[in-house]
Design a protein around this ligand. Structure first.
Ligand code: ZN
Ligand code: ZN
Length: 289
């Protein structure tokens, strides 16, 4: 007699039984290409558009609650027409990335090299945790360095200035970006690490969902979740600090808040390595202190 008795809702590998049977049904019924395309689109719709809609609706549904939790004051908040403009550009980026994704799936199907592992099995928990943590570290590196490159004076006015239009960001503005930035700094840092690891598509979706929730939250402009948005909000407000998401590389490269004064005294105020707009913003901020 076996000494291990799992509850009926867990599979022999310890994963929820409905997930195991449901996934087997999906892989049996649809092609890997359809699963990757539709599943990824659903994750984007649920975990980017969903939280964006919730954060944006707070202003209308609970104005007092919204105001008391906003990081930046009301006069700095975007107007209604700016929000509609934001919505339109984000929609265009959504269409672009969806079309690109369809093209990539078509090519990978032709050459017989799928980007992710898609089979009837469910990844084991230790594999999910391992791939998630490695992807988190790789995403931080890819996002931090691509973001810093985008702040180079030659690139900033042409590309990254678009994303910085909202000095007091809102959740939807997370994907308010030049198409090049959308691909290089938003899409690739999230999709590339799980591809390099040949992760199961379910692991990729879990990671993507987390990152989309993270990016909408840090752009939300609200002090929720222990003020998780504070650092990226400051980046939008002051340009030259907090280029990363986790904070480790900002600490390592001296781009966190504690080093701002030193940067002002050196290269920044002298105008070295930063655009005129960024220097003006820092000088303005120094005067107001
Ligand atoms: Zn941003
Ligand atoms: Zn930036």
């Amino acid at each position: 007699m076996s000494s291990l008795h799992l509850p009926p809702y867990l599979s022999p590998l310890g994963m929820p039984a409905p997930l195991v049977t449901g996934w087997a049904h999906v892989t049996d019924r649809y092609s890997p290409a359809t699963i990757e395309f539709v599943g990824t689109l659903i994750i984007q719709l649920v975990f980017f558009w969903g939280p964006s809609a919730v954060y944006l609706s707070l202003d209308t549904l609970f104005p007092k609650f919204s105001e008391s939790h906003k990081i930046q004051p009301a006069p700095k908040q975007p107007t209604r027409s700016e929000l509609f403009h934001c919505l339109w550009l984000v929609l265009k980026n959504q269409i672009l990335t969806t079309a690109l994704h369809a093209g990539m799936i078509y090519i990978s199907t032709l050459v017989g090299k799928p980007a992710f592992r898609i089979d009837a099995s469910i990844p084991q928990l230790h594999e999910v945790v391992r791939d998630f943590l490695i992807s988190l570290a790789l995403r931080e590196a890819l996002f931090y360095y691509s973001h810093r490159i985008l702040h180079h004076p030659r690139l900033y006015p042409r590309i990254h200035k678009v994303h910085h239009r909202f000095t007091a960001p809102v959740a939807l503005a997370a994907q308010y970006a030049h198409p090049i930035e959308q691909i290089v700094a938003n899409i690739l840092p999230i999709s590339l690490p799980p591809q390099l690891l040949n992760s199961h598509i379910l692991t990729f979706w879990l990671f993507m969902a987390y990152e989309l929730l993270e990016t909408t939250t840090v752009h939300s402009g609200y002090d929720f979740f222990l003020n998780a948005a504070k650092k990226h909000d400051l980046h939008h407000e002051k340009f030259l600090i907090y280029f990363g998401a986790l904070g480790v590389l900002d600490w390592l490269h001296g781009t966190d808040e504690s080093k701002l004064a030193r940067r002002k005294a050196k290269g920044v105020v002298a105008g070295k390595g930063v655009s005129q707009e960024q220097v003006t913003a820092v000088l303005k901020e120094s005067k107001s202190e």
